[in-house]
Ligand binder design. Sequence first.
Ligand code: UDP
Length: 234
Amino acid sequence: MYKNIMLKISGESLAGSNEQGFDFDILNDLSNSIKKLQSKKLKISIVLGGGNFIRGSSFSNGVVDRVTSDYMGMLGTVINSLALQSNLKKLGVESRVMTAISINRVAEPYIKNKASNHLEKNRVVIFASGTGNPYFTTDTTAVLRALELDCDVLLKGTKVDGIYDKDPEKFSKVKKFTKLDYNYVINNKLRIMDMTSIIMAEEANLPIIIFSIKKKNELKKVIDKETEYTIISN
Ligand code: UDP
């Protein structure tokens, strides 16, 4: 049973079928799942992406430069983090948003020891603004914070419920992998996480679970091993 988890949810997943912004049903379901996990006294860290607002690499197009676009992307993660925190509060779940870029009025600065204290006190911690550096991603942020905080697993919520040999949305006969090693993901350039994050996870032997955020209550089922997902580990 995992005790100290890092949850990574991409911005695209939060948008659901919308191109931008939020699918509020998904946000609500996510908060309810987090509440169930919190009552089990799990330490819960969360990194949300920002792709439902801006991805620096595609937004920088000759009009806005790459570094500025990346900062804009990081600010998108702050918007997502505040939305989740607000929804969690409604459900009675205590949380803190810690940001790698100073925005004193809305979130605490990220300080590793403070984050650990919050987790000890059974508060959910949401890490906003990515690493605080351009040219990185929130996948890499999730691995980085997971290693800093000694998490025992990284749970990546996506639109699909694991890794398949072919795109399950395009093909009917597909095979889902239950377990893969890091090298398979790296050598086959599977785009389930960015390469920097996979390589960091491999070096630290941090297991990564790919699960569906579209299925209701899936997060709790993953923790209780009541559903099928793909795990990437050695
Ligand atoms: N970003 C960044 N540094 C970081 C994390 C994120 O510059 O440490 C920027 C980058 O532009 C990225 C955007 O924020 O495209 C949103 O993050 P990401 O693409 O990882 O979000 P997701 O795909 O998970 O929604």
